[in-house]
Design a protein around this ligand. Structure first.
Ligand code: AMP
Length: 280
């Protein structure tokens, strides 16, 4: 049997520690709001309230797929949604990276493929997704990030699972190239940085945990171009399969991240982020 992921470790690697702590302790929404506001010193800071949205049947459950070429900002947008609405963010790329970092049996099979910017074989991905979704460890829903990547994966998903909407983030190839090549990742906590737009306070050091910032093995020009090609030829047709059945929400990924988020929420009829002010 393939060891795909260690459940505890995997959840930590998928979510920033603060979000993970809230979910684990199952704090009520108002308490999350208060905790979020407490550390604020002064000024106006964008802060968030955790809501528990309900669907038409009154079920507290939302299931979304977020798609877009690598570097379009889908991970950032998925994390914002997950944090505020207590959705579980399931990033297939993160699950693979966890396996690589932990030298699992699977890592040996996928390391080279990922570093070259190619797609991992469908049967491995489908097994990973099936196991992950079988966990059912969400209270309010999930956001699936990085899946499906081709028609076969889309059909596999549509046969077995249902979703509320597909969020597709659009950016040009040139923007992707520029963004991805300036991207850095904390080697300890996985936080994302960008050496142009989101620099750490100290060069090469994570602001949160002090970990060393590294470049992902697949963030090189050759691999990025390979992924762009794969996205246009394989993933875009998969979106069309969804568009027959599901709501597709297209957003402009070149806007600032909070505007992209606002647009997503408007289109999904989710509450907007709330500004919290505190003096002192
Ligand atoms: P991501 O973090 O989503 O950019 O994914 C990183 C890499 O993991 C991709 O370039 C692929 O090599 C692999 N990968 C992620 N999701 C999938 C998928 N659904 N199918 C095949 N390979 C994937």
């Amino acid at each position: 049997m393939l060891s795909l992921c260690n459940p505890d470790e995997r959840q930590i690697s998928e979510s920033p520690p603060r979000v993970y702590a809230h979910r684990r302790q199952n704090k009520p929404a108002f308490l999350v709001f208060v905790l979020n506001c407490m550390p604020l010193a002064s000024n106006v800071i964008l802060h968030t309230v955790t809501f528990s949205p309900t669907d038409k049947q009154g079920n507290v459950m939302h299931k979304y797929v977020i798609m877009g070429v690598q570097g379009c900002g889908k991970g950032t947008q998925a994390k914002m949604l997950a944090e505020d609405f207590d959705f579980v963010h399931i990033s297939v790329g993160d699950l693979f990276r966890w396996n690589i970092q932990n030298h699992t049996k699977l890592a040996a099979r996928i390391k080279r493929i990922i570093a070259d910017g190619q797609l991992v074989p469908d049967e491995i991905v489908e097994q990973l997704i099936r196991r992950r979704l079988d966990d059912h460890d969400w209270n309010f829903g999930y956001i699936l990030d990085g899946f499906p990547r081709n028609g076969r994966q889309a059909l596999f998903f549509l046969e077995s699972y249902d979703i509320d909407a597909v969020i597709q983030i659009d950016v040009s190839d040139e923007v992707v190239l520029q963004r991805v090549l300036s991207r850095r990742l904390c080697s300890q906590c996985g936080l994302d940085y960008n050496v142009i737009h989101h620099r750490p306070a100290v060069d090469n050091q994570c602001d949160v945990c002090g970990g060393e910032l590294v470049t992902r093995a697949d963030d090189n020009e050759r691999a990025v171009r390979e992924r762009l090609e794969t996205y246009h030829t394989k993933t875009e047709p998969a979106v069309k399969l969804f568009s027959r059945k599901e709501l597709i929400v297209n957003v402009d990924g070149t806007l600032p991240p909070h505007e992209v988020q606002a647009e997503i929420r408007t289109r999904l009829q989710l509450p907007q982020r709330v500004e919290c002010t505190e003096s002192g």
